[in-house]
Design a protein. Structure first.
Length: 385
């Protein structure tokens, strides 16, 4: 087969020349551009505190199941479902009429017993005043026994009156703690039975507990951190300040204290239960709500901090780019610490005099030249840590 060769057309030659000229122009522009500008600043040196975070949930300090102590028909309900109630508020009332009648009967029995006591006392006095030959010793003993029996009957009748009085008081079911009440479980007109019928539940909300679990390593770390003069008991009873954050919050404004550490670790999970207490001034914290707790994990110390955006990853290592006096980019391997008020703590790898690239990192390459523009590292105005 014969091959047919064609010479490039005028259009093809023009396209090739245009492509070559474009590449040349780009290379020329890159060469003329020179070192790129970047923002540099020394690390921020400040006093910081390390924190550990734990996830847990809120629990009521007091949780009370309201049950009747006497049986009867429910006469009234004196609250709205879900409202806040105060200690001593009358929440339910049972028909008191049967208990009023029982109290009146007991009071009448007491009066009768007291009258019999007066008669027996008078008979004994007369018997004691008579001469020995006027009354037998057996009769005198009988008078003494009648007096003791009358005294005992008064005591029994008095106890019956007290019991009837209590039963009448129990027809008013009161709040034993301040808090938020659940919905009613029994409506007016129903028969409630003593100790059986659940009427409602009250959970306290001021103050409120936050419970979480800590590992064995955390338990040992904090136990040693809070030791005072080797006194482990004093360390355990020390009320350590903490802060909590809800899932939709950015700040750590809710402050409280750790007030309880369990007396043993769970051998199955290797964890221990810890409890913190919060005032709940705005009534927002509710039993069952989840949150994050922040606990101081160190004493205050001086540290260097940099923006997280300035930290690069090189396989398993963390690196920052610095600029020397000649404008050359020098990478430095660093060891990271925790976040503190929006900045990253640097454990090692930097000095306070290093000029760190904090903006324009994408325009810098190790060994290349850059134009360093002085900047400053500062804490964010609205800290998240």
């Amino acid at each position: 087969m014969n091959m047919i060769w064609r010479t490039p057309s005028a259009f093809g030659r023009a396209a090739a020349l245009w492509a070559l000229s474009s590449v040349f122009a780009v290379n020329l522009a890159s060469a003329q551009q020179g070192p790129m500008p970047v923002d540099v600043a020394p690390p921020l040196v400040a006093n910081v505190i390390d924190y550990d975070e734990f996830t847990g949930r809120f629990e009521a300090v007091d949780r009370i199941d309201l049950r009747a102590q006497v049986s009867g028909y429910l006469q009234s309900v004196n609250f709205r479902d879900g409202q806040l109630v105060a200690r001593g508020d009358v929440l339910f009332e049972i028909d008191p009429r049967p208990f009023e009648a029982a109290l009146a009967s007991a009071q009448a029995d007491l009066l009768a017993a007291q009258a019999e006591q007066v008669r027996a006392d008078a008979d004994l006095v007369r018997a004691e005043n008579l001469a020995n030959n006027a009354i037998s010793e057996a009769t005198r003993d009988q008078r003494r026994a009648d007096k003791l029996r009358a005294d005992a009957e008064v005591e029994r009748a008095t106890a019956t009156v007290q019991s009837a009085t209590l039963n009448l008081e129990y027809t008013e079911i009161k709040a034993e703690a301040s808090g938020r009440i659940s919905d009613r479980k029994v409506d007016v007109g129903n028969l409630v039975r003593s100790g059986e019928s659940l009427l409602a539940t009250i959970v306290s909300i001021k103050p409120i507990y936050f419970t979480f679990t800590a590992s064995e390593a955390d338990f040992l770390k904090y136990s040693r951190l809070t030791e005072t003069g080797g006194d482990r008991q004093a360390a355990r009873e020390n009320e350590r300040p903490v802060a909590v954050q809800l899932q939709d919050e950015r700040h750590w404004d809710r402050e409280g204290i750790i007030d309880f550490v369990d007396n043993e670790l769970d051998p199955n999970s290797g964890t221990i239960r810890v409890r913190a207490r919060f005032d709940n001034a705005d009534d927002l914290l509710t039993p069952g709500l989840f949150g994050r707790l922040r606990v101081p994990a160190s004493d205050e110390y001086e540290a260097m901090l940099v923006p997280d955006a300035a930290v690069l990853s090189d396989q398993s290592r963390k690196v920052v780019l610095t600029v020397d006096a000649e404008g050359s980019v020098i990478p430095k391997i660093i060891e990271l610490g925790p976040l503190y008020r929006g900045l990253r703590v640097i454990r090692s790898g930097l000095t306070a005099d290093d000029q760190l690239i904090i903006a324009g990192v994408q325009r810098a390459r190790p060994g290349s030249k850059v134009v360093a523009q002085p900047a400053e590292i500062a804490f964010p105005e609205a800290p998240t840590q």
